[in-house]
Design a protein around this ligand. Structure first.
Ligand code: UTP
Length: 478
């Protein structure tokens, strides 16, 4: 037995050594049995053949792939509202179809929540961040209440799939358990984990987080395609007859889940993966740009769009490349299954980061400057693999307010402000007077629970339940 284990470790050491990673066993002799087992498990998960390739092409230097600055065409899109009679008919059909699909239980909610949220610097899963302006409801609670309200409206089961990573899975599960799944049926909430990839120093050596642990990070939101299949989530969807996933990111509390118009346009057009888009604020706004490459919808980095193309304008003066990606998609379960059977891979992207690790003496290092490379995949790289893909423009102020940073742009503060502004607009559209300051901002705090209204039209019939609002009031409608 002992001999076998030693033989085994020798072989592992040899394999590691031939890919330049033998240092992962540097502290082997100091480790107890449980630590050894844990470390071997992590080493076992490393695809050493592939890693050797990544080190040369992605880690030691940025990839050689020439950045393409041509061949991009603007991608077509559906406008926020229909502009012609033909479009009005199409939107009406789509809305009807979308409602039927939701009512038939063919649409599921799918949030990716496996990220590390380093920019926000919040302790714990980002979904547990208190986001709402008055009740401080967490992101998870806001989404859960939305799902509950949609489910009641359509009389349908609306299952919710949540992707975590090994770094935040058990904490996420405990949060749901201790909150009694926010009133949802726990059988309809499926929490599963994505994979991880090792972190590297610039010399190509995998960093160690501790003497018995490899430094690793989640494999990006693109990791969901594989994780959906591996975790059994896809099978669960099939058993339930779910055909469409309403995909969003955990940091956006304004997201309109189960949007019947979006689902309907996607289904009517026979698309496999579709996207919502905002109109960019300026030509070089730092968002992914939708464009067509060889007739397929792609999202390219803002840095890959030349100044000339970024500034290009159409006859009406609007930007030719005006559609920015906000990571809201409809994805067909069949498409996810097909990608998995075809042994697909999404391209790996390189991110230079500050990565805590231990040095060769085992001392912990908290780098102040970027010291290594993380690799990840992006969900939007699956778009060109779809035969058809539509884009629906949305009004940013209504549906997109990501919490990325602790302060400033895209922060909890700016998101709260946008939640209040949206609630104020909804109330005004229902004929409720909202006190405003000289600069036009609401002079009050307003929070509308999803159970009270999912969209502005829900407020009119409840008009008599809303008291007059005075300057400085805190108004919670729930
Ligand atoms: P971000 O790109 O904002 O990354 O993720 P992040 O990890 O949350 O935050 P930073 O960059 O460390 O500050 C966008 C969405 O994708 C999810 C996140 O949870 C968020 O919903 N995501 C990201 C994953 O689910 N897995 C990943 O590996 C990365």
């Amino acid at each position: 037995m002992q001999g076998e284990r030693i033989g085994n470790i020798d072989r592992i050491r040899e394999n590691l050594s031939s890919s330049g990673q033998e240092h992962l066993l540097r502290f082997w002799d100091e480790l107890g049995p449980a630590e050894r087992a844990g470390l071997l498990e992590q080493i076992n998960e490393l695809d050493l053949d592939k890693i050797a390739g990544w080190v040369e092409t992605l880690v030691k230097r940025a990839p050689d792939v020439p950045v393409r600055h041509d061949g991009f065409e603007p991608a077509p899109s559906y406008g926020v509202s229909p502009a012609t009679d033909a479009e009005r008919t199409r939107y009406a059909q789509a809305l009807q179809l979308g409602k039927e699909l939701i009512a038939a239980g063919k649409v599921a909610a799918f949030v990716v929540a496996g990220g590390q949220g380093t920019r926000l610097g919040f302790d714990g899963p980002k979904g547990n961040y208190p986001a709402s302006p008055i009740r401080n409801k967490t992101l998870f609670q806001i989404f859960a209440e939305n799902i509950g309200a949609v489910s009641r409206r359509y009389g349908a089961v609306c299952p919710w799939y949540i992707m975590t990573s090994p770094l935040n899975h058990s904490e996420t599960v405990s949060i749901f358990e201790s909150n009694d799944f926010y009133g949802l049926n726990r059988r309809d909430v499926f929490i599963f984990q994505q994979g991880t990839l090792p972190n590297f120093g610039f010399d190509g050596r995998i960093l160690m987080a501790g003497k018995a642990s490899v430094a690793r990070s989640p494999d990006g939101h693109g990791g969901c395609i594989r994780a959906l299949a591996r975790s059994g989530a896809l099978k669960d969807m099939r058993n339930r007859g779910v055909e469409y996933l309403s995909y969003w990111q955990v940091d956006n509390p304004l997201v309109k889940l189960f949007d019947p118009l979006f689902v309907g346009l996607h289904a009517l057009d026979g698309a496999q993966m579709s996207s919502k888009a905002v109109i960019k604020n300026d030509p070089k706004e730092k968002v992914g740009n939708f464009c067509l490459i060889d007739g397929k919808v792609n999202v390219i980095e803002y840095s890959d769009l030349s100044d000339e193309l970024a500034e290009k304008r159409g006859p009406d003066g609007s930007l030719a490349f005006r559609l920015g990606s906000i990571a809201i998609h409809i994805i067909n379960t069949d498409f996810v299954a097909k990608l998995n059977t075809e042994g697909f891979t999404l391209p790996l992207h390189r991110a230079v980061k500050k990565i805590p690790h231990i040095d060769p003496q085992g001392r912990p290092i908290e780098p102040v400057e970027p010291n290594g490379v993380k690799l990840e995949t992006f969900i939007f790289d699956a778009l060109p693999m779809a035969e058809r893909s539509i884009i629906l423009e949305i009004d940013r102020a209504e549906q997109f307010a990501p919490i990325k940073n602790a302060t400033g742009v895209d922060s909890a503060e700016s998101t709260r402000q946008m939640m209040v502004e949206r609630a104020a607009r909804w109330l005004e559209s229902a004929g409720v007077a909202v006190p405003r300051k000289a600069d036009g901002a609401p002079d009050c705090l307003i929070e509308i629970a999803p159970s009270f209204a999912l969209e502005p039209e829900d407020l009119k019939p409840r008009r008599d339940q809303i008291a007059a609002i005075q300057p400085g009031d805190q108004v919670y409608l729930g």
